[in-house]
Ligand binder design. Structure first.
Ligand SMILES: NC(=O)c1ccc[n+]([C@@H]2O[C@H](COP(=O)([O-])OP(=O)(O)OC[C@H]3O[C@@H](n4cnc5c(N)ncnc54)[C@H](OP(=O)(O)O)[C@@H]3O)[C@@H](O)[C@H]2O)c1
Length: 325
């Protein structure tokens, strides 16, 4: 018998239950992984609360994990029992001691990336890869605004932007988070709970404003974000930490300077095996080269997934958080 987190109704962290689950045999094209670490991500909260629908209830939770392959289904030739692997786009159910995952979502880890680091960085790091290298291909010299810069995705973005020679202005909610973002390579920080973000961006950029704004906060920052862009700048809305952006009048993009806007997701970019492998190669090179270091600032036992989610939703975490089976 193996343990996993399950929920039978959407709601607060109290709906999460730690239950027994019988091991499932992998079908053709699947592998079963014994987790050494599980990634905690904001998207897990969207599924738990019902903001994003789950296929059925009761449901498992979590899409990211790392560990050892312990069973391989027919037709899988790139993975073998005993391989050290990770995935970021699994079916819901990664909050578990073991999980069956389509093999085409699973990659073998290079020697320089341990399982905890992988669980803390696959989803967040691949997200930063597509945001900075694909959604807008930053080459160096650009100025960008990145919200929640001390969080999981934000901490990786600060380091990756520094490596590219990009001036990243990071927003944060406390002096401690500002110091952390600057240590990670943010060129400047703004406390968006106390300061006027648009005025500070104007000051910092000498009135030029930003080439790109990366906004995962959503509802609370949407309009401010648009006001921080140059004419014809790109608004990348990629999350809803404060709630989803709704009721947008598209004419606002014209009023604020012929702006571009996109609403991307990891699944929209790592949508083929070839693309996933190329994005992982880029991420692993940044990790093994030391340009990006993963700060696992919180570790929780798997059984305390609810507590971990409470901390993440309550803005109490920095860097990455993992769950340990
Ligand atoms: N589209 C994609 O492909 C994709 C992939 C991965 C993640 N994301 C999104 O990226 C964001 C970051 O994910 P993460 O897992 O790394 O989380 P995180 O950044 O570690 O945590 C979220 C942070 O958002 C900030 N925040 C601002 N307003 C908030 C509010 N009302 N409630 C809670 N937090 C608030 C907080 O930082 P401060 O205290 O500094 O404000 C908080 O620490 C999430 O919105 C997530 O959905 C999107």
């Amino acid at each position: 018998m193996a343990k996993r987190i399950e929920f039978s109704r959407t709601g607060g962290p109290e709906v999460l239950e730690f239950v027994d689950a019988s091991p499932v045999e992998p079908q053709a094209g699947e592998v079963r992984i014994r987790h050494q670490a599980v990634g905690l991500n904001f998207i897990d909260i969207y599924f738990r609360t019902g903001l994003y629908p789950v296929p059925s209830l009761p449901s498992g939770l979590g899409t990211e994990g790392a560990g050892i392959v312990e069973a391989v289904g027919d037709g899988v030739d790139h993975l073998a029992v005993g391989d050290r692997v990770a995935y970021a786009q699994g079916p819901l159910g990664a909050y578990a001691e073991q999980h069956v995952v389509p093999a085409d979502k699973v990659v073998v880890l290079p020697d320089g990336v341990d399982c905890e680091t992988a669980a803390a960085s696959m989803l967040k790091g691949l997200t930063v890869q597509y945001l900075l290298r694909q959604t807008y291909r930053l080459e160096g010299g650009e100025t960008i605004l990145f919200h929640a810069a001390a969080g999981g995705v934000g901490s990786i973005a600060c380091q990756w932007a520094r490596a590219l020679g990009v001036k990243l202005i990071g927003t944060v909610s406390s002096p401690e988070k500002a110091a952390l973002a600057r240590d990670n390579g943010a060129w400047a920080t703004i406390d968006y709970t106390r300061e006027d973000v648009v005025e500070r961006v104007r000051e910092l950029t000498g009135g030029e404003m930003c080439d790109v704004v990366y906004d995962s906060v959503g509802k609370d920052t949407w309009e401010t974000s648009l006001d921080c862009l140059k004419k014809r700048g790109l608004m990348v809305s990629f999350g809803n930490a404060s709630g989803p952006v709704e009721g947008v009048n598209i004419g606002i993009l014209n009023q604020k300077g012929a702006l571009y806007v996109t609403r991307p997701s990891l699944n929209g970019y790592a949508d083929t095996r070839e693309r996933l492998e190329s994005m992982c190669a880029d991420l692993f090179a940044m990790l093994e080269g030391g340009e990006v270091k993963i700060d696992i600032a919180q570790r929780f036992p798997l059984a305390e997934a609810g507590k971990a989610q409470e901390a993440l939703a309550g803005r109490q975490t920095t860097g990455s958080t993992i769950l340990l089976p």
